[in-house]
Design a protein around this ligand. Structure first.
Ligand code: MGD
Ligand code: MGD
Ligand code: MO
Length: 757
């Protein structure tokens, strides 16, 4: 049973962070290898951290410490193994009843495995047989769109490029990826607003900003290295405005593990100068309030607050935007944001007094029904004072997986540009399909309707990461073939198509030797810097193959994709990089020599140079109304978030140190008044039911109520345990990102006995 404790009152970081990483290494039974690995993380000749996408430190000679990076490395470098004996003694039905935590805790996968229906177990299979099964299935499709190729964001540029080539040569654009559930809303929103779907800042800008807004993001847990920048910014007097329903520990106070003095005193530096506890889904209104106050200041003293020169030369749509704000009344803004006009006025004051402003955001915004409009409202706010395309200022969507951005750059998308397809076709001598493919939500729909015969995943945990777990499980079972290229056992392996394969691959930390010798791969961080990564650990099993080698193996066995030198490409990744450069020359010219430069190279960003590839040829103010998100009385707005001890569906441990939770993840954070109003108590077990437009009731049971500092009417709990509550039919307008941060729920006492009742 989960417990709450007092450590949540200490500053984030500090000594507890150091002991936590040491514990992860010890528990994974890989202390020596793990520690050797850590010394290689993010070093010029080492590997890219398999954790988050935050950029490398400015000073590459110094090992930057990161507790959760250490956990990600320890989990990959674990001494534990999930080999054929584990599968022989556990039927798939038995595995299905294990928790996500238990499944991944079995260690690294060691052999290719094929599902045997008679015994309901996975059995070892040779690589050649596995490839033959997949090749036969792909060759037998009536239509290439019966195949779906999912990608998770740890896949390298080289593997991703080869993978998309396989799918497109087959004839489909069905490339759903984790980005569909992640920063898709940022890509769509920024694309319309500033003409490029990526962030405009680099790490250097953080050293010059006067104010940094951190909206819907929990960097202390999910991007710990970002705290180094926030701490430095605070120390030189920059102001930090956080907007989050929860007072996240590290955004309140942080002690850098490198700072001996702070560690000894157990005291940290206050990070946020302003903390706006917006209500879940209230950001569009809040951002409009801040912009309205900025305009009011301009109206009082015309010509003094806005960057009129920038507005005239570089933007379109300002007048409509200003009119809309003037018409929007404060009552609506206050009601929809849950914030007062005074609080919003203070944030506006920070914005107005700062010469250079950066705005960062993550899942708290992207997974909302109005995500795209909200992100465009951030762009609008920054455009008012020319805070885009200027040193120390800009837009910063903070990406999730370590190479999710790179995968997109090299072609993992269901809606590729005509130009990309044209060049890909020319380079490889075929006509790629031009119609739009399935994203994540569409893939689940097509599988559920029996329109998909082959589902393949390059990494990730599709079943646990996607919404509507039960529905998605039934959808996957309708496929003729399910294939997972994975490092660890996970929930997706426990739901099988008619045929099912698990293909174990090398991780980022491991040495990758192909016919031409040891290989390196490349990745792109959240700020568009591309650099090389070479693993240093011996592979977890001699049977493991690299992701590019697995794609080549499948291609070799598939008649339909003949005519490309797959083996040649996979035997020497410099050849893959040559082809990437040939298809995307503006970005990747002189690819091989540029990855030799220390720290890699910057891909550039048109908006940063104030070139706007938008419909109007200018940066656009996009105006959207404040949506009516009021819920029927009695319902709460539930957001699903990450604990400090998980990487997405990989659960490292059952604690959430900064929020004071120990030993269990089945909790719901609620305001004490919301509990009292329902006659419920802190600690009581709850049944939680979601209410979506499709009318279907989805419930989870046995979740412990935790009275917490959260706005009334809001609630929080952990992903992926709460994914059964999310309807696959509920996704953000235009980006189609599942709305896992705004689930309308009701709660009641569980019929299970409460431990403290
Ligand atoms: N250690 C670790 N690192 C990770 C990951 C991990 O699981 N573990 N995952 C990686 C991935 S793929 C991603 S995408 C990122 C995710 O990084 P985050 O986006 O930081 O992750 P979440 O836990 O989903 O947190 C979202 C934050 O948004 C807040 N929030 C929720 N709803 C709202 C809202 O309506 N408005 C506002 N303003 N805030 C809201 C929550 O309180 C929470 O603080 O991290 C990456 N890095
Ligand atoms: N309710 C709710 N749902 C969410 C979210 C949320 O906040 N709330 N967040 C969404 C977000 S932002 C994301 S990004 C998705 C994440 O979705 P995914 O990326 O699909 O999920 P992960 O948990 O990151 O995948 C973990 C698995 O990846 C495999 N793996 C690890 N490293 C490698 C590797 O190097 N190669 C290969 N081939 N496999 C590897 C391991 O087998 C491991 O079990 O989930 C989304 N779902
Ligand atoms: Mo993500």
């Amino acid at each position: 049973m989960a417990d709450t404790d007092e450590t949540a009152k200490e500053p984030a970081g500090g000594l507890a962070a150091l002991t936590a990483s040491a514990r992860s290494l010890a528990r994974e039974q890989a202390p020596l290898r793990g520690i050797r690995s850590l010394v290689r993380v993010n070093q010029p000749d080492g590997f890219d951290c398999p954790g988050c996408a935050w950029p490398e430190p400015r000073d590459p000679g110094w090992l930057e410490f990161c507790e959760n990076g250490a956990k990600a490395v320890a989990f990959e470098a674990t001494g534990k193994r999930a080999g054929p004996d584990l599968f022989a003694t556990h039927t798939v039905s038995a595995l299905r009843h294990r928790t996500d935590h238990w499944l991944e805790a079995q260690g690294r996968l060691t052999h290719p495995m094929r599902y045997d229906r008679g015994s309901d177990t996975y059995r070892p299979v040779s690589w050649d047989e596995a490839f033959a099964v997949i090749g036969a299935a792909l060759d037998a499709l009536e239509d290439p769109d019966q195949a779906v190729f999912y990608t998770s964001g740890r896949t390298s540029n080289e593997a991703a490029f080869l993978y998309q080539l396989l799918g497109r040569r087959l004839g489909t654009n069905n490339f759903p990826d984790c980005s569909n559930m992640c920063h898709e809303s940022s890509g769509v929103g920024l694309g319309e607003s500033i003409g490029i779907g990526k962030g405009t800042v680099t790490l250097e800008d953080f050293a010059q900003a006067d104010a940094i807004f951190v909206i819907g993001q929990n960097p202390g847990t999910n991007h710990p290295r970002m705290l180094t920048e926030l701490l430095a910014a605070r120390r030189r007097g920059a102001r930090i405005v956080s907007m989050n329903p929860l007072r996240e520990r590290a955004l309140v106070e942080f002690a850098h593990p490198k700072d001996a003095w702070q560690m000894l005193r157990g005291r940290g530096t206050a990070i946020s100068t302003h903390y706006l506890q917006v209500q879940v889904g209230g950001d569009l209104a809040a951002l409009k309030g801040i912009a309205k106050r900025v305009l009011e200041a301009e109206d009082l003293a015309p010509g003094t607050t806005l960057d009129h020169e920038f507005l005239a030369e570089h933007t379109s749509g300002f007048d409509d935007f200003a009119d809309d704000l003037r018409r929007t009344d404060w009552e609506t803004i206050e009601r929809a944001s849950g914030l007062t006009r005074e609080e919003l006025g203070e944030a506006a004051q920070v914005y107005l007094e700062s010469e250079r402003v950066i705005a960062c955001w993550a899942m708290g915004l992207t997974q909302q029904p109005h995500a795209v409009a909200t992100i465009q409202q951030i762009a609008n706010l920054l455009l008012l004072r020319g805070n885009v395309g200027r040193a120390g200022a800009g837009l910063c969507p903070v990406r999730g997986h370590s190479n999710v951005q790179g995968d997109r750059t090299v072609g993992i998308t269901e809606k590729p540009s005509a130009e990309f397809l044209e060049r890909l076709g020319r380079e490889f001598g075929f006509a790629p399909p031009t119609h739009r493919g399935f994203d994540t939500v569409a893939s689940i729909g097509a599988m559920a309707e029996g329109r998909v015969r082959s589902f393949m995943a390059m990494g990730g945990n599709f079943l646990a990461a996607t919404p509507d777990t039960e529905h998605t499980a039934r959808a996957l079972e309708r496929c003729g073939l399910t294939v997972h290229v994975s490092t660890k056992l996970n929930r997706s392996h426990t739901v099988v198509g008619r045929e099912a394969l698990i293909l174990p691959c090398l991780g980022r930390t491991e040495i990758d030797v192909q016919a031409s010798g040891p290989q390196r791969v490349t990745v792109e961080d959240s700020m568009s810097v591309v650099h090389a990564s070479s693993g240093r650990n011996p592979p977890a099993s001699p049977e493991l193959r690299s992701e590019p080698a697995i794609v080549a193996g499948i291609a070799r066995a598939t008649k339909r994709v003949a005519g490309i030198d797959w083996d040649g490409l996979a035997s020497d990744y410099t050849r893959i990089r040559e082809r990437i450069a040939a298809v995307l020359p503006e970005l990747f010219h002189d690819f091989e020599s540029r990855i030799g430069e220390p720290g890699g190279f910057y891909l550039g960003n048109s908006a940063r140079e104030r070139r706007w590839s938008t419909e109007t040829g200018r940066a656009r103010f996009v105006t959207s109304p404040i949506p009516d998100t009021a819920l029927p009385s009695g319902q709460l707005r539930l957001m699903t978030i990450r604990s400090h001890d998980q990487f997405n569906t990989t659960i490292y441990d059952l604690d959430d140190r900064y929020r004071g939770i120990r030993g269990g993840r089945e909790v719901i954070f609620l305001h004490a008044d919301d509990l009292a109003a329902r006659g419920l108590r802190d600690g009581q077990l709850l049944e939680v039911t979601s209410h979506f437009a499709d009318g279907k009731l989805r419930s989870v049971d046995g979740f412990r109520a935790v009275a917490y500092d959260i706005p009334r009417g809001c609630a929080a709990g952990y992903f992926p345990e709460l994914n059964p509550l999310v309807s696959v039919a509920s996704f953000a307008a235009r980006s189609r990102t599942p709305t896992s941060k705004l689930i309308p729920v009701t709660i009641r006492a569980s019929s299970q006995p409460s431990p403290r009742a």
